[in-house]
Design a protein around this ligand. Structure first.
Ligand code: ADP
Ligand code: MG
Length: 453
């Protein structure tokens, strides 16, 4: 690198590191870091708070050092700093004590909630029919943590529907009201990587202590436990779960599917997850979408007329993250161009998003994507042939049409060679059943869905 610009250096290093660290872990720890300063001897990295600074130092220092050395072509020392205000820089302790505090004490210290987003509170959560039950269950958990009927609370639903928001709101509110002392919020990926690290460092006892000495444990996205070979992690989680529940400590889990559909998860875990309360989150209905848009716009100081709100609510229907994305695009446009968001402006600014969305939901696209994936022709999908691989592809295409478009069973049947709606129902049920255990099929579907984005 010719010019030693700290920001540029760090961005190159980050792109290297991204390939070395699991995506979610990377996002958790590196998203808010910056290259601050580079001198012949030293590279200073800005970290957002002491908690992440220490974690980064402890877990990723070697990798960072290696990447920085390669980029600079020389060895430098690396410092991690926290910026406070504009000027003061606080260094993160670089020599961590090799003997930590006593496990019990450490557990209390590590019962951290620094990894929560400030905005993910109940106050900022719009309640509608789609999430009413999960919201009420979450409030109940805050009020009386550890009650058998709510333990665990499993919040499940598709991407971008507010599971993480709600799970973190439980942590924020429990902290605010002081209904529990020690709270630990982690993603299952963090649980996994900390566990692996504890094995490598021969500190599994400390790991267990850390997790078993909390009053409220929240594990986000437990579906991650099902991917790959995570038997030991599942085993460890199983014991953590049992210890906490026996002690009457509250457990909150989120998942992108109902637990019994989490193929790859040990049966005893699945059954335990069903001991408590399962609360699903659905895609937001129209009124909720409007309310969310209004709330987000108000919060960002963006004024949107009712017809613009209705325009977005009508077209961005699948998840809340996308609604947010729409408001952000408009906000960016308004602040750059200093003009009001009229209906025309909204249509123009959002045209990409909305057009892509509509295309993605088309039956023809789904047919094409499935045909391509299974190497059959689109005509085959609608033909009478009963060759096994064609039948499978046809059933999957029907299932996806049902899942991703608003087409009725009758319409789908008609498009797929004038078949009866009961054939479509049968196809959907078959695919659903297969999906429970067939990882290849799960992968296939994910690939097809991604190709439709
Ligand atoms: P998930 O974990 O289910 O994928 P998130 O909790 O990350 O979804 O939610 C996606 C985005 O949508 C977040 O920015 C979140 O704040 C916002 N969001 C989700 N549900 C609501 C809601 N009911 N009210 C307001 N914002 C919401
Ligand atoms: Mg989430």
């Amino acid at each position: 690198m010719k010019q030693e610009d700290p920001a540029q250096l760090w961005s190159v290093c980050l792109s290297e590191l991204r390939g070395m660290i699991p995506a979610q872990t990377f996002a958790t720890w590196f998203e808010r870091t910056k290259g601050h300063d580079v001198t012949p001897e030293k590279f200073t990295i800005e970290v957002p708070n002491p908690f992440s600074g220490e974690r980064i130092l402890k877990r990723f220092h070697d990798k960072i050092s290696q990447v920085v050395t390669t980029q600079l072509g020389r060895q430098v020392s690396i410092d991690y700093h926290i910026f406070e205000g504009n000027t003061q820089i606080v260094p993160v302790l670089t020599d961590l004590p090799s003997y930590g505090p006593a496990p019990e004490q450490q557990a209390a210290d590590e019962a951290e909630t620094d990894n929560l987003y400030d905005n993910y509170t109940f106050e900022n959560f719009v309640v509608g029919e789609c999430n009413d039950f999960a919201h009420a269950a979450s409030l109940a958990v805050v009020k009386s943590p550890g009650q058998q009927t709510f333990n665990p609370l499993v919040i499940y639903g598709g991407v971008g529907l507010g599971k993480t928001h709600l799970a973190q709101a439980i942590a924020h509110e429990s902290k605010r009201l002081g209904t529990v002392d020690r709270i630990r919020y982690v993603t299952s990926e963090i649980f996994y990587s900390e566990f692996i690290e504890s094995i490598q460092e021969k500190k599994t006892k400390e790991f267990a202590q850390t997790y078993r000495n909390v009053d409220l444990l929240i594990v986000d996205d437990i579906q991650f436990f099902c991917k790959g070979h995570k038997d030991r992690t599942q085993e460890e989680f199983f014991h953590t779960f049992d210890v906490l529940r026996q002690k009457g400590k509250q457990i909150v889990l989120t998942s992108d599917r109902i637990p019994k559909e989490l193929s790859g998860l040990e049966e005893r875990l699945v059954s335990r997850f069903e001991w408590g309360l399962l609360a699903d989150m659905k895609a937001p209905d129209y009124e909720t979408r409007e309310a969310i848009l209004q709330k987000k716009a108000d919060k960002d100081g963006l004024s949107l007329s009712p017809d613009v709100i209705a325009y977005i609510a009508d077209r961005v229907a699948s998840n809340i993250r996308e609604l947010e994305g729409a408001v952000l695009s408009l906000l960016a446009y308004a602040s750059l161009s200093h003009c009001d968001i009229t209906m025309d402006v909204a249509k123009r600014v959002l045209s990409n998003k909305i057009r892509r969305k509509q295309r993605a939901a088309g039956i023809e696209d789904i047919q094409k994507a499935v045909a391509r994936h299974y190497d059959v022709s689109v005509e085959d999908l609608a033909a009478k042939t009963r060759k096994k691989h064609v039948v499978t592809a046809r059933q999957i295409a029907m299932y996806l049409c049902r899942d991703m478009t608003r087409a009725s069973l009758k319409d789908i049947g008609a498009i797929f060679g004038k078949r009866d709606h009961t054939t479509v129902i049968h196809a959907c049920q078959t695919v659903k059943k297969l999906l429970l255990n067939d990882e290849h099929l799960q992968d296939d579907l994910e690939k097809i869905r991604n190709s439709l984005l």
